[in-house]
Design a protein around this ligand. Structure first.
Ligand code: AMP
Ligand code: MG
Length: 405
């Protein structure tokens, strides 16, 4: 069987993952979503000129000969209507951070540079002010009509705050994909049960649900399904109907009871690939009635690496990320110890701990046993070292690293 290069398999996956239809999503649900159109400002931020300091709003020209004594014409707290007072020549208004600059004033003197008289009716301004001192002009952050964020911006916490400051209640984004996760295998059990002979506990579903969430999608637990055509059919049909993508693990290699294969072939259009990588050589990808399906291998490390190399980029494309932001970009690292392998026509992804060195580069060391069933070494790894076909890399040699965080 011919092995498919990694890049070709990734191309096929991305070819089958179209971005979801954009829609308006409540602001607080949009964290991590990608904008579908440029977002514009309808209002100025800040909406009015206001003070950056607690102090006195003054006419700067009144303070040229400081120290000067000014009559206090009133007080403005943040939120107060500024039309209640005016700063006439020879007067000042007590003002708190965030309050609007009253008519007549063009500067603020911070309270530390003033001395109020005991009854509060007058204040001595101790230093001269220049026009604009401690005044935050209207529209300083954003002007009406301005583009705030371009299309295809991933919304973080700060973005949501900016949009809230503009009065956005809903945001036009590519919606968060609902991603169904399914484990298959007669050997698997879940929950607080005692293992019978031949049984193991289902770990993949929990890992994959977490990876789906980490990717920014909404995980949907489709459960643990027996190696039984009817049960797998029911789970896949339910998932395809209610989710934007499906991730299965197990049953995609060449074992005797790999019914996932039969079911997916019957319900959907699948490609069964053998990718030139280790771990995670087998990959099934296709769609069931338009819903992309990632059939990942069952070995726990393989399913994680396969998710990382295929499902994550595909899901990011559903999420509206642009083409140059689907795959992780490798960083150049240095082998902190020899990373050995044998030539086999495949690219190896070695579970490593990458730590920043004094030379500014990541130094990588194996995180433990590299067999595809040894999940702990994968859990301890924060990166995958990419070893091209060959003998590996000597200690001190440079190596490409995919940082997983
Ligand atoms: P399969 O791909 O179904 O042939 O499974 C390959 C290996 O992965 C076998 O050792 C399975 O027992 C194991 N495996 C499959 N699914 C899971 C799972 N959900 N959790 C843990 N191990 C699994
Ligand atoms: Mg199986």
């Amino acid at each position: 069987v011919g092995l498919i290069p990694l890049e070709e398999a990734q191309r096929r996956v991305l070819g089958g993952c179209a971005p979801l239809h954009p829609r308006a999503v409540p602001l607080d649900d949009a964290l991590g979503c990608v904008t579908s159109v440029p977002l514009m400002a309808d209002e100025a931020v800040p909406p009015f000129a206001n003070t950056a300091m607690d102090g006195y709003a003054v006419r700067a020209s009144d303070t040229a000969d400081a120290p000067v004594r000014l009559r206090v014409a009133g007080t403005l707290a943040a939120g107060a209507d500024p039309s209640t007072v005016t700063v006439e020549p020879g007067t000042a208004v007590r003002i708190m951070t965030g309050a609007a600059i009253p008519t007549g004033a063009d500067a603020v003197v911070m309270v530390e540079r003033t001395a109020a008289e005991e009854d509060g009716a007058a204040v001595v301004i101790q230093v001269p002010a220049s026009p604009g001192d401690h005044v935050r002009p209207a529209g300083e952050d954003l002007a009406p009509g301005q583009e705030v964020f371009p299309a295809r911006t991933r919304l973080g916490a700060g973005h949501l705050g900016v949009l809230a400051s503009l009065g956005y209640v809903n945001v036009p984004v590519y919606p968060r994909p609902r991603v169904g996760v399914l484990s298959t295998g007669d050997e698997l059990v879940d929950g607080p049960v005692e293992l019978r002979p031949g049984q193991i506990r289902d770990s993949n579903r929990h890992t994959l649900l977490a990876l789906v969430r980490q990717t920014g999608c909404e995980p949907v637990d489709l459960g643990l399904v027996r190696d039984d055509e009817g049960a797998i059919t029911a789970a896949v049909e339910k998932g395809a109907a209610g989710c934007d993508a499906l991730v299965t693990s197990g049953g995609v290699s060449v074992g005797d009871f790999d019914y996932v294969k039969a079911v997916l072939d019957r319900l959907g259009r699948m490609q069964w690939m053998q990718v030139a990588i280790k771990p995670a050589k087998p990959l099934a990808f296709g769609d069931v009635r338009g819903t992309p399906v990632f059939g990942l291998p069952g070995n726990p490390v393989s399913s994680m690496v396969s998710f990382e190399l295929f499902a994550r980029p595909g899901l990011r494309q559903l999420m509206g990320f642009p083409p140059d932001r689907l795959l992780r970009r490798p960083v150049r690292g240095v082998a902190g110890e020899a990373l050995r392998r044998r030539p086999d026509g495949k690219t190896h992804f070695v579970r490593v701990v990458a730590s920043p060195g004094d030379d500014g580069r990541y130094h990588v060391r194996s995180s433990g046993g590299q067999a595809s069933n040894l999940l702990r070494a994968m859990a301890l790894a924060n990166a995958l070292a990419v070893l091209p076909d060959g003998d590996g890399v000597d200690e001190g040699g440079s190596v490409d690293v995919l940082l997983l965080t």
